[in-house]
Design a protein around this ligand. Structure first.
Ligand code: CA2
Length: 146
């Protein structure tokens, strides 16, 4: 099973600023944890990050060929991007929305997700563990297809 992890704007800054909200682990640290867990469950994973909305759209479109599940932390685009929503709806690939923080306990503008309605599910609020939970959910999804 092949799982593509996509990360949106500013997540390249993880671990360097705002540790009170996002913790001290970098995106590379999170990737290492996901890779360790992926090897246990026999999944192939790839991690990407971009600050550009259009690049996320392109990656989601391309996920149709070659990936079983996309785990997406769209960061701030979660709350604003109709383009991402349309890409997810049209992609045919199950997408799991993931967040480090509990967006519902934060500013009201973070309470609404443009993409949640076209995702298979949403995991938020568990810090880096959110990514591990998303990996496990992705494995469960693909097991159900067998
Ligand atoms: O909790 C999450 O994972 C978020 O997707 C993170 C986004 C935020 O806009 C979403 O509402 C929730 C922000 C990612 C920016 O990360 C930074 C890390 C360090 C310093 C500055 C930003």
């Amino acid at each position: 099973m092949r799982i593509l992890f996509l990360n949106g704007p500013n997540l390249n800054l993880l671990g360097t600023r705002e540790p009170g909200i996002y913790g001290r682990q970098t995106l590379s640290d999170i990737e290492a944890r996901v890779r360790a867990e992926a090897s246990v469950v026999g999944a192939t994973v790839e991690f990407r990050q971009t600050n550009h909305e259009g690049e996320l759209v392109t990656w989601i479109q391309q996920a149709m060929s070659g990936w079983d599940v996309v785990v997406l932390n769209a960061a701030a685009y979660t709350h604003s991007s109709i383009a991402l929503r349309d890409a997810i709806a049209g992609s045919g690939v199950p997408v799991i929305e993931v967040h480090l923080s509990n967006v519902h306990s934060r500013e009201t503008f973070r309470h609404h997700s443009m993409i949640a309605g076209v995702c298979r599910g949403v995991i938020a609020g568990f810090g880096p563990e959110s990514y591990i939970l998303a990996l496990r959910a992705a494995v469960t999804l693909t097991d159900g297809q067998k």
